[in-house]
Design a protein around this ligand. Structure first.
Ligand SMILES: O=C(O)C(=O)CO
Length: 303
């Protein structure tokens, strides 16, 4: 058998193997993913990652490594940090929440204290209006928010309160073309007492607000814990979802065979809805090679 050089092998594969063989020969994973996307007719998952899961990796290093293996975004950043990712040719698919203080000195805007209480609204509206303008000025279009904890409040009143406050924010969001996205989180393991912990509650809130600029973040990890039935839920409610997060169940670690969800099938279901937004890896790597785990997560979700 004659010895094949790299280029003769590449020519042979191009002649005989079609698009998938060409994809297999591309130099970096990023190039391979792009080639596969092309072969799949342009339908693709846009990849993002949540910075907080990589606390020991600098933003610069995460940008450099992530770009190499096909990430397009690093998210849950404040506007001041976003220029760093943009300098690397990446985007920030979901801007972080605000931190505001009410007249009574209560800190609001985080997971536990937010839109479900009327007394938080003044501070939240002021802070979110600024965050929306900063987001728009950076050329971005999605900002996260939270419901807040129940703390004794019933879900119906909490929804009414969230709607009342968020409806006041919508004219600014609509004017600037920025979506305000409320995250669905589990209240069983990680965020006891969080109110927006079921898809139906979030969807009913979207309907009450009635603006295309208010949507939900369907966090696959959190919702597998609360509800399961992930693909059916995506099929039914995807028009309310502006963003997705991943994570292995149980444990919130790597999304590989060490956990119970089969992410390629979930990604295919998301693709089939025609989703044009981003899927962000939000697992806490267990292995020492954290970036290796992230690369693997991106590969698993590249269907
Ligand atoms: O804090 C969490 O658990 C989140 O999922 C934030 O995105």
């Amino acid at each position: 058998m004659p010895k094949q050089t790299n280029s003769s092998r590449r020519q042979f594969m191009i002649r005989t193997g079609g698009a998938s063989a060409v994809a297999a020969l591309a130099v970096t994973l990023g190039e391979r993913l792009q080639a596969q996307d092309k072969a799949a007719g342009g339908v693709k998952i846009n990849h993002s990652v949540c910075k907080w899961c990589y606390g020991s990796v600098s933003l610069e290093d995460l940008c450099t490594a992530g770009k190499e293996f096909g990430l397009q975004s690093i998210e849950l950043l404040q506007p001041k940090d976003i220029e760093v990712v943009q300098k690397h040719g990446l985007t920030c698919a979901l801007v972080s929440n605000v931190a505001a203080t009410t007249d009574k000195g209560v800190k609001v805007g985080g997971i536990t204290k937010s839109w479900n209480r009327i007394e938080h609204h003044k501070a939240l509206i002021e802070a979110y209006e600024k965050q929306i303008v900063a987001t728009k000025n950076l050329g971005l279009d999605n900002v996260i928010c939270f419901s807040g904890n129940r703390d004794g409040m019933d879900d119906e009143l909490g929804m009414k309160n969230c709607a009342e406050g968020l409806k006041k924010l919508m004219p600014v969001a609509e004017k600037h073309g920025v979506t305000v996205t409320m995250e669905l989180l589990n209240s069983k393991v990680n965020h006891p007492d969080y109110m927006c912990d079921h898809t139906d509650w979030g969807v009913a809130l979207c309907e009450m607000i009635g603006s295309d600029r208010f949507k939900l973040l369907y966090d696959i990890y959190h919702m597998q814990i609360m509800e399961g039935d992930v693909i059916a839920t995506i099929n039914k409610n995807n028009s309310y979802f502006s963003h997705y997060h991943t994570g292995g169940v149980p444990g919130r670690n790597e999304i590989d065979e060490t956990q119970e969800l089969y992410y390629p099938a979930i990604m295919k279901a998301i693709q089939a809805t025609g989703f044009k937004g981003y899927v962000a890896q939000e697992f806490i790597p267990k292995r020492a090679d954290k970036l290796g785990s992230l690369k693997q997560g991106v590969e698993i979700c590249s269907v």
